[in-house]
Design a protein around this ligand. Sequence first.
Ligand SMILES: Nc1nc2c(ncn2[C@@H]2O[C@H](COP(=O)(O)OP(=O)(O)OP(=O)(O)O)[C@@H](O)[C@H]2O)c(=O)[nH]1
Ligand SMILES: [Mg+2]
Length: 207
Amino acid sequence: MGASMGKNASLLDSLPVGQATLHVVMLGLDSAGKTTALYRLKFDQYLNTVPTIGFNCEKVKGTTGKAKGISFLVWDVGGQEKLRPLWKSYTRCTDGIVFVIDSVDIERMEEAKMELQRTVRSPENAGVPILILANKQDLPGAKEPRELEKLLGLHELGGGSQGAGHTWHVQPACAITGDGLHEGMEALYEMILKRRKLAKQCKKKAR
Ligand SMILES: Nc1nc2c(ncn2[C@@H]2O[C@H](COP(=O)(O)OP(=O)(O)OP(=O)(O)O)[C@@H](O)[C@H]2O)c(=O)[nH]1
Ligand SMILES: [Mg+2]
């Protein structure tokens, strides 16, 4: 993470986390479960969804671990093919990206990988922490996180979950029941925190 972050760290990166609302963008192929996850996080219940044309936006509070009480402004962007070119206007200056995967949609896993890699490799998103939400774990045949790491080429992102390049974390989840969602937000928060700490250190060194 360090190398790419130093160049792109914004002023926001040096602010203490917890005093401001963190901006998070939720992306992923259509029907991956983004809106279901957003409403589950926001209202703590299952709400029926329709395909998102445009976006939904909700303020969500962290409930677990270090993220408890932290506010996240979550932008849930429509995932249909014709809407994907719009993703980059939402990821501009975001603190973190949640990429939602339908863990049983093997047929479109390569497509999901392509979109994820495109998003992550965009220079504007350099160093932005990525939470991969391995959704629909309640369904038979759901791929496990380790398998998804391989299928999505996460190790190609530069250094793995702890090393140089992007920091990422794969969180198994079920948006219908809410299992894993808050744990995922906590993991994302910790990655954001780590990134900001590093940005601060880089600035100190540069002085
Ligand atoms: N079994 C199961 N179904 C889920 C889960 N999460 C979402 N779904 C279902 O998947 C379908 C699509 O969910 P959405 O949340 O609308 O998907 P989306 O990613 O927002 O799709 P777009 O808005 O088109 O990008 C709905 O029928 C949900 O009920 C899950 O964890 N398990
Ligand atoms: Mg949606």
